[in-house]
Design a protein around this ligand. Sequence first.
Ligand code: LLP
Length: 404
Amino acid sequence: MIHFKQLAQEYKTPLYVYDFDYMAKQYEALKEAFRGRKSILAYAVKSNSNLSVVQHFAKMGSGADCVSIGEVRRAFLAGVPAYRIIFSGVGKSDDEIREAIERDILYINVESEAELGRVELIAQELGRVSRISVRVNPNIDPKTHPYISTGLHDNKFGVDLESAKRIYIKAKNSPHLDPVGIHFHIGSQLTELDPIRESAEIVADMVRSLQAIEIELKFFDIGGGLGVVYNNETTIKPYDYAQAILGTLTGLDMTIICEPGRFLTANAGYFLTKVLYEKKNGSKRFVVVDGAMNDLIRPSLYKAYHKIEAISESKTELSEADVVGPVCESGDFLAKNYLLPTLEHNDLLVVHSAGAYGFGMGSNYNTRGRSAEIAIEGGKARLIRKRETFEDIIALETEFLQKS
Ligand code: LLP
């Protein structure tokens, strides 16, 4: 039981609150599903990159799936060992590649032939051998929102099977590259098992065909993507997920790497926002709150549904309202046509399932400071990120003001 009202009073709003015990429970459930096989859960740092969150998973033995050198640095700072850190992403700069090689992470996940060339060259300059995996694009429709679908040739991610094979052969023949893994990630918020199974089959066949030419891979990286309940979705159970994957790996002795993000963090998180006032334009009802799209952009960007709970004394009948923030955009809303009682100034709204891709996708748009973040563990609350002040926002600009 989280005392949202007390938290809002003590830490002010807008506020992100994360239930660390729930995160741990999700982590253990997924880890347990892969029991009996060597496996690493490499937490997808992008889903919630707060250092304390990453540290929380690191303490449980988690690795880290990173998509920028910034995320790699976060993982190190949070105590994730180098040998459990993966660096993916379609566009890595030379500096990022160099640092990843110097830091000796588990592997760099290569997403194009051109990128392999850069990794080889930089490894050579450093006199090192870079471990790599290849992100394969299996051309499977994951049946999720198009913006978070990644496994089709139409999407920018990974390489087709033909190119993947060429990359592996090139890597095997290079003294500066060591191909150790294979990777696929077909999309996020996946609620159907078949596309995952089909992709795993394709990728496992690829592993077998590589074995035939004496390229032996150690890591079978299945990406992330496990969906969660936001509203009334039917989701995939960790056990069924693991079984579907393991079923494709007969005869292959590989360590499974899974990169869960949302599954671990989404439903651990709550976004707290206070009602400023109600207004009506004609018959259209608006509840104006102090949180906005710069805090939680998922509703605006993906029309994502987030359950909203009103903590209010109001006993009035429910009626539909748009919950909107102070940002100067018509697209600034947290919910549309949502049933809510009449609300008063300072009533609290709790936006659920906000732990993944919430704070991290936030911005300072309209010169709004980002919220504070709170962890709840064993019934105790603690601050894990201070609220951003006006001074924080302008700090990198003030020295350039021209004197009159
Ligand atoms: N691994 C790779 C290579 C990824 O690209 C992603 C997510 C993950 C793992 C973690 O996926 P998850 O388990 O969290 O589904 N901003 C969007 C989601 C973008 C996901 C990007 N990649 C949203 O708010 O729904």
